[in-house]
Ligand binder design. Structure first.
Ligand code: SF4
Ligand code: MSK
Length: 661
């Protein structure tokens, strides 16, 4: 019998095998034991009222099966999908609300724990919002920005979210034509829940249009607001070195890990761990100092801005504890496995919940408060230090780690293509037009124990760059690439096709650009809009040789992200079985109908080879429709000249000194 691979990452796999020897259960074991319900998995189970749950199954379910109320399969599948979008949107957007409130508190002087770090970004955002900033006190501008963005959550009387106008005009026109411009974030989520209540909206197409409107509220609302405010408060990322995988933990230092999604407390931790009093306290307990690491998207936030190392993505959280080296693990919100509380009892790790919204049986709770951020961070760091002497040798003590280059904000990508005054997307567009870069793929979403975890990400990353496709990655897609050593110019360039390699060498970038956390998928929207504005490709996001892929997704947030890309004009391909697969009608709407209306589509495809083929097919078809040069594999293998020399000199002069590698 073939040996089962749990994780494609050798370090992770080693720990999983150790856990099996020790009879310690992980998500990989539970995924084996708990097979997905085949009815719910494909969207055919309705439980929105207590006459059900109704399971719409059978050979002719599409035409014949009805729930007790008479609901058809297409209604049920679309309704289930819309609820997933609403849940995903609410998660990102509640996070964004917290960021907006913090910005307001800073502007009003109600907290002195945070400050406005990036005034240039503040002005840029003020520009998006038509807020006057010249000659005004920074805090006044910040207050106006926070107030205006907070309106986006609860606007009541129609209207459109502020950032809708950041989309290319044609993209916005499509949204207006189909009535999917979000009015406000909370309102779209509430309406989605209302419409999916028993006996309200039954037309699958109509339900799914509300799905797109809700998802756009996530992408161009919650996610974009979160990215912008985080940049304003903590700085817009620029390329930075970090490390990834379990080898980031140190034997002789206190290991404190921040896990979840919110950056506020993690940002303060970065400072606190280096305070002389804290270092002295750590030494008094026999440690050399405090080593801060991250997991999931809180990790991505502090990696992008401070080079804090990451232990990896979603499926690494239990495995990290099993190294036996984590003294304390703080968790805020989202993607935290409840299993870690029980697991931690087998080791010495303290699990600390910090959000007022998220508690866990068996974990300590120390509530974060933005007004007392430093005091709380010190309390947690001291707790981790106090726990250091309790460390035993139990654990698998993996020491492998890989270098990572992160920190590619859209501002930096623009800057690296021409410097501060001439930054643009011209070189990137030109390289795509010439066929040096075949297209762009956003590789995002979770890692998943139902497949050899992280393996689909790394397979696609390798194949796409070999096919001259530039990758922008976020979330656990970045973590999967980082913990496999793919986020370095050297490692990945060995695999890149000749055209992409030349572009990367000229600009000094890796072929996989780590753009940040899940909310930073909004940076991809901004990049796509800038490419449309630059000219030479499509004049809207739709029609670009670009695709989004989430090969191992599991979270409802990923569904919301996929939908906002599809509505914006990007075809997306998700792995696994389709959660609407029971209904051919819903599948048809999300592929053919959405493509016709928005030039985006939403596919589910479990086979990674087919995902790759479909992505390349979309890219090549878009190239053909744009009448770009036909992409020829290997064409640039022997060519010496990348762009004209003047452009190349400009790029090298402006970008390389800032990259630090
Ligand atoms: Fe069944 Fe209709 Fe109730 Fe759904 S809403 S559970 S299909 S009766
Ligand atoms: S953390 S949503 S497992 S990407 Fe943003 Fe990773 Fe998916 Fe959570």
């Amino acid at each position: 019998m073939e040996k089962k691979v749990h994780s494609a990452n050798p370090s992770s796999e080693k720990i999983v095998l150790w856990s099996e020897e020790q009879k310690i259960e992980t998500c990989f074991d539970r995924a084996e034991k708990m097979k997905p319900c085949p009815i719910g998995e494909e969207g055919a189970c309705c439980k929105v009222c207590h006459m059900g749950p109704c399971r719409l199954v059978g050979k002719n379910a599409e035409e014949e099966a009805r729930g007790v109320c008479g609901a058809q399969l297409s209604t049920v599948a679309a309704r289930n999908f819309l609820r997933m979008i609403a849940a995903g949107t609410s998660a990102h957007s509640d996070h964004a609300r917290g960021m907006a409130y913090t910005l307001l508190a800073v502007a009003n002087g109600e907290t002195h724990e945070f400050k406005i770090t990036d005034v240039r970004k503040l002005y840029r955002v003020a520009g998006y919002l038509n807020i006057e900033f010249e000659g005004r006190p920074v805090n006044d501008v910040a207050r106006d920005i926070a107030t205006k963005l907070i309106e986006d959550f609860g606007r009541q009387m129609g209207g459109e979210i502020n950032y809708a106008t950041r989309a290319p005009k044609k993209t916005l026109e499509r949204w207006r034509k189909w009535g999917i411009v979000p009015r406000s974030i909370d309102r779209e989520v509430v309406e989605a829940m209302h419409r999916t209540n028993i006996g309200v909206d039954h037309d699958p197409d109509h339900l799914l249009l509300q799905g797109l409107r809700t998802a756009l509220a996530d992408g161009w609302g919650g996610c974009m607001i979160s990215t912008d405010i985080t940049d304003i408060l903590f700085g817009t990322p620029t390329p930075i070195k970090a490390e990834a995988s379990f080898g980031i933990f140190k034997e002789d230092e206190v290991n404190l890990v921040v896990h979840g999604h919110e950056p506020l407390m993690a940002e303060i931790m970065v400072d606190v761990i280096n305070e002389p009093e804290i270092v002295a306290y750590a030494k008094s307990k026999g440690a050399k100092g405090v080593n801060l690491g991250g997991m999931c998207c809180t990790a991505n936030e502090v990696l992008m801005r401070h080079g804090i190392p990451t232990a990896g993505g979603f499926t690494n959280q239990e495995l990290g504890i099993m190294t036996g080296l984590i003294d304390a693990l703080t968790v805020d919100v989202q993607c935290i496995m409840p299993a870690i509380a029980e697991l931690s009892k087998k080791f010495h790790t303290k699990i600390i919940t910090t959000s007022e919204k998220a508690k866990m049986q068996g974990a300590m709770h120390i509530q974060f408060d933005e007004h007392r951020a430093r005091e709380i961070a010190r309390e947690i760091v001291k707790l981790a230090i106090d726990n250091f002497p309790n460390r035993t040798t139990k654990g698998s003590h993996i020491t492998e780690k890989f270098p990572v280059i992160g920190g590619f904000s859209h501002e930096y990508i623009e800057y690296m293509q021409g410097g501060r005054w001439r930054g643009s997307f011209r070189p990137l567009n030109d390289a795509i037009m010439a066929g040096r870069i075949r297209g762009v793929v956003g590789l995002a979403g979770c890692d998943n124990p139902r497949v050899p975890s992280t393996g689909l990400h790394t397979f696609l990353a390798t194949e796409l760059i070999r096919n001259d496709v530039l990758i922008v990655s976020t979330g656990c897609g970045s973590a999967a690439c980082g913990t496999s050593g793919y986020l370095t110019p050297e490692m990945a360039l060995e695999n890149a096709g000749p055209g992409l390699r030349e572009v990367c060498e000229a600009i000094g970038i890796p072929p996989i650009l780590h753009l940040g956390a899940c909310v930073d998928n909004s940076r991809i929207l901004t990049i796509a809009s800038a490419m449309a504005a630059e000219g030479g490709l499509s004049d809207e996001i739709g029609g670009m040789p670009a695709v989004g892929i989430a090969p191992e997704w599991m979270s409802e947030k990923a569904i919301a992200i996929g939908c906002y890309f599809a509505a914006s004009g990007v075809p997306v391909i998700f792995g696994g079985n389709s959660p609407v697969g029971a209904s051919q009608e819903v599948t048809r709407i999300m592929t053919d109908v959405w493509f016709e209306r928005f030039k985006g589509a939403f596919h589910f495809e479990p086979d990674p080879e087919k995902m790759l083929d479909l992505a390349l097919k979309y890219i090549d078809t878009a190239r053909e429709a744009l009448k770009l040069k036909k992409y020829e594999p290997g064409k640039f293998a022997t060519e010496k000249v990348l762009m004209d020399m003047a452009a190349r000199r400009e790029l090298e002069k402006s970008a390389k000194p800032h990259l630090g590698f």
